[in-house]
Design a binder for this molecule. Structure first.
Ligand SMILES: [Zn+2]
Length: 247
């Protein structure tokens, strides 16, 4: 793991996987929708090397926000950059880790898959990015995870929603219900993690004893429906608000 400090803005960035790097600025649709702040430009440069984990704040609780496990789902990736730019100027009660581009290479190609693999079905497979993320979550003792996606109409789920499972981590359900009520997003829950989706990142976190939810907003794949980054952003803020993260 290579560590670098953006001291001037009090931000830490770690590269947590080197196989996944990509020039996301080649994704024209993405670029039309992100502001060209110095911070964003620094992040775009960093992710050419691999998956970047951005740390804001310190102490507990420790939360993680991930976007782009499906590279062609752009609204959450845009929203996570907006979130980082906002949080850098906020006082935090604990630590927020953000992965704005889980697989920069897939984002560059505007592709759902990476090396032919759907990473949201491969979190239990050693060597897969989603599995690496899970290891880091355990290592850092993250208290809760929220994974952000977008979904096109008439697909699964095809509506703004928040997914969770009640077992083994009932807190997943409590977080999801809070986000559902506050954004609003439809609450979709399962009794036990891992039964319906095999190898989904959120399920694997839950099975490892880490509360986790998946948030979805509606947008065409590879495109950005009007207002969808803002809706994803609101889901992220709601997740942080559950933990009263922003002072
Ligand atoms: Zn997705």
């Amino acid at each position: 793991m290579v560590f670098s400090n953006l001291n001037d803005i009090g931000l830490e960035i770690n590269i947590i996987s080197y196989e996944t790097g990509g020039r996301v600025e080649k994704n024209d649709v993405l670029m039309e929708n992100i502001s060209k702040t110095d911070l964003n430009i620094a992040i775009l440069k960093k992710v050419t090397k691999g998956t970047a984990l951005i740390k804001l704040g310190k102490r507990n609780p420790k939360l993680m926000i991930t976007a782009g496990i499906h590279g062609n789902e752009l609204p959450p990736q845009i929203a996570s950059l907006n979130l980082i730019n906002e949080l850098i100027n906020s006082k935090l009660r604990g630590t927020v880790y953000v992965v704005p581009f889980s697989i920069p290479h897939a984002t560059m190609e505007n592709s759902r898959r990476f090396n032919g693999i759907d990473m949201n079905r491969a979190a239990s497979k050693l060597g897969c990015l989603s599995n690496n993320l899970l290891k880091i979550i355990k290592m850092l003792k993250i208290d809760a995870v929220s994974d952000f996606h977008s979904t096109k109409l008439k697909s699964n789920p095809g509506r703004q929603s928040v997914f969770c499972s009640k077992k083994p981590c009932i807190k997943s359900y409590e977080i999801a219900r809070y986000i559902s009520e506050n954004t609003p997003s439809e609450l979709i829950f399962y009794e036990k993690a891992g039964l319906y989706y095999k190898g989904a990142f959120e399920d694997e976190c839950n099975l490892a004893g880490i509360p986790a939810v998946t948030c979805e907003v509606v947008s065409e794949n590879g495109e950005v429906d009007p207002g969808s980054p803002e809706k994803s952003y609101n889901q992220m803020i709601s997740f942080l608000n559950y933990f009263k993260m922003i002072k």
